[in-house]
Ligand binder design. Structure first.
Ligand code: AMP
Length: 413
């Protein structure tokens, strides 16, 4: 089970007055400078409040978006690093939202390393919180540059990773910086995420069921391959189901199919049979000729999808089949919507699965991956599950059985 030290393993007395660098993931959705969902900020409050209670000086570090892709020019700084600045990717609005949630002042410094930051840290009083500017404004962050990683944690006493959603990245702040601080531990959010996932994957109450959907097989291949060794049942919906139906020889019209993965889909189905994992595929499909709420729809069996249409949601018979497969579950992991949930017309399949989950109290239910979480929020069904992961890519890599660098670098228990 989770064998990394967490902040709870440290003596609270030993944290008092210490400079604690916390890597958080405040990569929140923003529109015109306004945060439209602050879940990721809220999820870090337990760690921040705990450190405040211990009397630590808290230095928060995060990225926001991908400045590298938008930045035209990186300027050389006095420290010899390369930095750009994009106002729409500044973390200043996040500092204000965090202050609002904490109901106290959050200091903000418009840089991430260097004298200005060191000065801001030196003037912090015990229990005060400082948010640094977007760490990805520096080219050296994603390059995992050693000098930059050292600069990030200069004079830092304790490194905390509370950014599960970024733990699959081998970047300076998520990975390398932890190596230059003697004490490197997990925060409450990271610990919570890992405990849920380990419970589901290492010692699952059975039957263990994976519900997988979303657009493409290619993005979930490694998850399928790993989960075949763990799950009792796999329910496949969403766009990826049509590659599997085609692999079984059915005509799926214009549905999303990854032709190059048809043989792989066949292999997965064969392997599932050998491993005694029951795979459920859609038995009906809600089809349309275009991605639109005004499109004419046609509900058919999986064998009768018209040539000029594509399947954009599972049908009611599939939702019922999946429900029966789920009712006795001990553990349920869900990634990926059952249809194009962004459009009203193709939301029912995902809604029905969420409603089914709400009716299975005995199972441990975990949902992860950006779009599945967005779907649950849109449907107002967040309470249907026990845990909603903050991770997208990190969640999938964990399900794929991979080691996450941001976690493996932390101190062992
Ligand atoms: P993913 O990021 O792989 O989980 O995919 C999520 C996306 O899959 C969402 O934007 C859905 O609209 C899309 N999706 C779900 N079902 C289908 C489908 N049948 N055809 C095309 N796209 C789909």
């Amino acid at each position: 089970m989770f064998n990394k030290k967490s902040i709870r393993d440290l003596n609270p007395e030993s944290i008092k007055g210490k400079k604690v660098f916390v890597r958080v993931d405040y990569n929140v959705p923003m529109e015109n400078g306004v945060i439209i969902n602050d879940k990721r900020i809220q999820e870090t409050l337990p760690t921040i409040k705990y450190l405040q209670d211990c009397g630590a000086k808290i230095i928060l570090c995060s990225h926001l978006g991908r400045p590298q892709k938008k930045c035209k020019e990186f300027k050389k700084t006095s420290l010899g690093f390369y930095r750009c600045y994009i106002e729409s990717l500044s973390l200043a609005p996040v500092a204000r939202r965090l202050a609002h949630l904490l109901k106290e002042e959050v200091k903000f410094v418009d840089d991430t390393v260097g004298p200005k930051v060191e000065n801001a840290i030196d003037t912090l009083k015990d229990g005060e919180v400082l948010l640094l500017e977007n760490v990805r404004f520096y080219k050296e962050e994603t390059e995992c540059n050693e000098k930059f990683a050292k600069a990030l944690v200069k004079n830092i006493d304790i490194y905390v990773n509370d950014a599960f959603a970024t733990s699959h990245r081998k970047h300076a702040s998520t990975y390398l910086a932890a190596k230059f601080v003697d004490i490197a531990v997990a925060g409450h959010l990271l610990e919570k995420e890992i405990k849920y996932l380990e419970k589901a994957l290492k010692k699952p109450a059975r039957p263990m069921v994976l519900i997988i959907g979303g657009a493409k097989v290619s993005g979930k291949l490694e998850v399928l391959e790993n989960i075949l060794n763990i799950a009792d049942k796999i329910l496949i919906g969403g766009g990826m189901a049509y590659t599997f139906l085609k692999a079984l020889g059915y005509n799926v019209g214009k549905s999303l199919v990854e032709e190059e993965l048809i043989d792989t889909a066949k292999k997965i189905l064969k392997e599932a049979e050998e491993k005694n994992v029951k795979v459920y595929l859609p038995v009906d499909s809600l089809n349309a000729s275009e991605f639109s709420n005004s499109a004419q729809t046609k509900l058919t069996t999986y064998k009768e999808i018209p040539d000029n249409m594509m399947g954009l949601d599972i049908g009611p018979a599939t939702a019922e089949l999946f429900k029966v497969a789920l009712l006795d579950a001990g553990t349920i992991l869900w990634n990926g919507p059952m249809g194009v949930f962004e459009l009203d017309k193709f939301r029912q399949g995902t809604l029905k699965i969420a409603q089914t989950l709400a009716q299975i109290p005995q199972a441990l239910k975990i949902v992860g991956g950006g779009d599945s979480v967005a779907a649950l929020e849109l449907l107002n069904m967040e309470n249907a599950v026990d845990h909603i992961s903050t991770g997208g890519g990190a969640f999938l890599e964990f399900l794929a059985g991979k080691e996450l660098p941001g976690i493996s670098v932390l101190n062992d228990k």
